[in-house]
Design a protein around this ligand. Structure first.
Ligand SMILES: [Zn+2]
Length: 444
């Protein structure tokens, strides 16, 4: 009889055959000299802790001591939190990024992004996320802000908070939604600066035709972003809010003076949306850059039935959305722009939110680690390497996220047959690591 649950050996065989996981693991390196536990084992340990969705590094410690994971990742002995931190702080980020890019390219060649195309196009979204914040622990690359809190007596006090923020670009139209790249905000710079850096790097990593349409937030409704997108050859759908005052006001004024161009009712997840859409081409983008752009406005009334004190009552809320786009009306009718605009918004639920909720992403892994390998500087002094821990762990998470989503959503017949969630598959793989002893050498 065939196995009724997922096993680590068959998952690993799929990873090695399709994505060269073990070959990539051997490429990993860090700043330690002659370490007892190889960087490849550290990489595989963290990779599996994300695959199994372990809640913390401490949990990984105990799995390494009590399951067959230790042999599976090629380590001679169990190792702890301290070894992981010491290695990851000085981890080389280049092989990690190379691997993430290669995983995504293989997913594309394997047609993982064919499903869900919008008018035949591939769609990616750019978004910012706060990765961690702390009032006490800080490192050299922390961002800082003043926040108001209440002390124990309920008095308002101001305190400095330290945090890390990044911008990520993620495929969003298909069921498998891997991140393509990530860029960390440096102290003192805005999210738009990091986003431009990321967008500039994307064609070098993937070529300019990896996706066709980029969805971005209102923060990026700026001339440099629009120019860059056009130069690379993408199209864009950009949320429009009051921060782009001139365009927002002229669109709102224009649309207020006429009835909607299209209206319809949509049923989704037991909710009814009454939608009215306006669409106009040729509005000037800004005063300084009056190039004509297309603006779409959606006015949506959401009707929901609720039980209040035993009685069914109907409840309505109004929502307004505006988008600027470079897409033509001919190929992308108004309702399609609305659909694209909302898929960026859904990204907030499916992208970073998923990572923080189900992947323990916000745990302050390695933040502000003082114990780091030393290197000799140009002046001959020995000083700790700059801390790459958070960036390294984030890359490993994004690699694990891409591969496990593809495994669950595209490869696994069991997941389809038994309607398993990704979290359930993770639990089966974790259980498999502590059950059947793997062969002496893991299969390639
Ligand atoms: Zn920091």
């Amino acid at each position: 009889m065939k196995d009724r649950t997922h096993s680590l050996p068959s998952f690993s065989a799929w990873l090695n055959k399709g994505f060269d996981l073990r070959a990539y693991a051997t490429q990993m390196s860090d700043a330690r000299t002659e370490p007892e536990i190889a960087a490849s084992s550290v990489f595989l340990a963290v990779f599996h802790s994300f695959v199994f969705r372990l809640p913390s590094f401490q949990q990984l410690d105990s799995e390494l001591a009590h399951s067959h994971l230790q042999h599976w990742i090629g380590a001679e002995r169990a190792f702890g939190d301290d070894t992981l931190r010491y290695s990851l702080c000085g981890f080389d980020l280049n092989p990690l990024e190379t691997m993430l890019v290669d995983v995504n390219c293989r997913l594309k060649r394997g047609k993982a992004f064919d499903e869900g195309r919008v008018q035949g196009r591939l769609v990616a979204a750019l978004d910012g996320i706060e990765v961690l914040s702390s009032f006490s622990r800080r490192c050299d690359s922390c961002l800082e802000r003043r926040v108001t809190l209440k002390d124990q007596a309920g008095r308002k006090i101001e305190q400095t908070q330290y945090y890390h923020r990044a911008v990520g670009c993620q495929m969003v139209h298909s069921p498998v939604k891997p991140f393509l790249a990530i860029e960390w905000l440096q102290p003192g710079e805005g999210e738009d600066t990091a986003a431009l850096r990321l967008l500039n790097r994307l064609p070098d990593l993937y070529g300019s035709r990896f996706f066709d349409i980029l969805l971005v937030d209102a923060l990026y409704a700026q001339t440099p972003v629009l120019e860059l997108v056009r130069k690379i050859g993408w199209d864009a759908v950009i949320s429009l809010k009051q921060n782009s005052r001139d365009l927002y006001q002229s669109a709102v004024r224009l649309f207020a003076s006429r009835p909607s161009d299209t209206s319809f009712t949509e049923q989704r997840d037991h909710k009814t949306y009454r939608v009215q859409l306006w669409d106009s081409e040729g509005l000037p983008f800004t005063i300084d850059n009056p190039e004509p752009v297309r603006v779409v406005r959606s006015e949506e009334v959401l009707d929901r039935n609720r039980y209040r004190e035993g009685e069914l009552t109907s409840h309505s809320t109004d929502h307004e959305w505006l988008w600027v786009t470079t897409l033509s009306k001919q190929l992308f009718p108004t309702p399609v722009i609305r659909q694209l605009g909302h898929s960026r918004w859904k990204n907030e639920n499916n992208g970073w939110m998923d990572l923080t909720k189900h992947w323990a992403f916000k745990h302050g892994f390695l933040h502000a680690c003082r114990h780091r390998p030393k290197q000799v500087t140009a002046c001959g002094e020995r000083e700790p390497v700059s801390n790459h821990g958070l960036a390294a762990v984030t890359f490993i998470l994004l690699i694990a996220f891409a591969l496990t989503s593809a495994f669950v959503l595209r490869h696994s017949k069991l997941a389809r047959r038994d309607h398993l969630t990704a979290v359930a598959v993770a639990a089966q793989l974790r259980a498999s690591a502590s059950k059947a002893p793997p062969p002496i050498r893991a299969p390639d």
